[in-house]
Design a protein around this ligand. Structure first.
Ligand code: IPM
Ligand code: MG
Length: 356
């Protein structure tokens, strides 16, 4: 089969982790006889420096013409002085919005090989952690009205958190559908004791849940949820939450899996095009040093094969290869401990590729 993939390497460690993921894809192509055609396009700081804008029209066109998008990371201190609209991150937010990718799936799985990299005690980890964060991605405070203006006491700024029923219904359905295929439990995270938007969120999620009686629904305030994730992560199966809370909680969940360098993500919508990216940022402090962890991006490729191309065997092959390399004790620096063999970004990519 033939697949067109838009490749948006972006900034910082983006290019180096994407390069390893592309090698893995090539290997899958050869082994299973698929043709993956990559088309590179600019986004974020890289695009600002080259053509003066964070999401050039050409990139949007290439994404729209592709079957799926693979993205590295955007942002860095170099562009910190830019206004909100011009920042690298805005390029990413725009492409999510343009393609209506409202459902961001972030699986946080602690591989047993990485137990030592998890900062929690053995008795808390128990027989493992397997959480799926379902984050709303095209609404909420990220996209609400925002401005800076002159006020009575100097400048003031605001960002509006707003959700409508339709936005909540569709992401809630996604979460319940996913839960159905897992352990049939959804914890919906909000701040309904304070926020009006959270009260609508909770009420609407309750409505949607009536069609999913086989799935247990629980509500949790976000402050409590962030504490429960550390205290008893095993209680979670699917976490359903808003754009902002999902951003924060998925970073927290990633650390439980050993490192933020381990967490992949899929952003899906009603259309056919999915966007796949590691949840980590551009890590400018280690960029170009060949020490970042490419596993989150490689696992994002596995998600692409599964969700966009319906290639379950190929996806599993990649995931097994990752586990295989980890069980042979190879580690990038972020998941390293004294008994392991330290490898570079490129070495980790090659090792995984060889196991496919
Ligand atoms: C993420 C990132 C982005 C977000 C940034 C880079 C805009 O933190 O994907 O989690 O906040 O969504
Ligand atoms: Mg984030």
């Amino acid at each position: 089969m033939d697949f067109n993939i838009a490749v948006l390497k972006g900034d910082g460690i983006g290019p180096e982790v994407i390069n390893q993921a592309l090698l893995v894809l090539d290997k899958i192509g050869k082994k299973y006889n698929h043709q993956f055609d990559f088309k590179e396009a600019l986004i974020g700081g890289q695009a600002i420096d080259t053509v003066g804008e964070n999401l050039p029209k050409e990139t949007i066109d290439i994404c729209k013409e592709s079957d799926a998008i693979l993205l590295g990371a955007v942002g860095g201190p170099k562009w910190d002085g830019l206004s909100g609209e011009k920042r690298p991150e805005k390029g990413l937010l725009k492409i999510r919005k343009i393609l209506n990718l409202y459902a961001n799936i972030r699986p946080a799985i602690l591989f047993k090989e990485l137990k030592k990299a998890c900062p929690l005690k053995d008795e808390i980890i128990g027989d493992g952690i397997d959480i799926c964060v379902v984050r709303e991605l095209t609404g909420g405070i990220y996209f609400g009205e925002k401005a800076t203006r002159e006020g009575k006491n100097g400048k003031e700024a605001y960002d509006v958190e707003s959700y409508n029923e339709q936005e909540i219904i569709r992401i809630a359905k996604t979460a319940f559908e996913i839960a159905r295929k897992r352990n049939k439990k959804v914890v919906s995270v909000d701040k309904a004791n304070v926020l009006e938007s959270s009260r609508l969120w909770r009420k609407t999620v309750n409505e949607v849940s009536k069609k999913y009686e086989d799935v247990i629904l629980e509500h949790m305030y976000v402050d409590n949820a962030s504490m429960q994730l550390i205290k008893n992560p095993q209680q979670f199966d699917v976490i359903l939450t808003s754009n902002m809370f999902g951003d924060i909680l998925s970073d927290e969940a990633s650390m439980i899996t050993g490192s933020i360098g381990m967490l992949p993500s899929a952003s899906l919508g009603e259309g056919n095009i999915g966007l796949y990216e590691p949840i980590h940022g551009s890590a400018p402090d280690i960029a170009g040093q060949n020490k970042s962890n490419p596993i989150a991006t490689i696992l994002s490729v596995a998600m692409m094969l599964r969700h966009s191309f319906d290639l379950e065997d190929e996806a599993k092959d990649i995931e097994n290869a990752v586990v295989n390399v980890l069980s042979n004790n190879y580690r990038t620096i972020d998941i390293m401990d004294d008994k392991n063999k330290l490898v570079t970004t490129n070495e980790m990519g090659s090792l995984i590729m060889e196991k496919i």
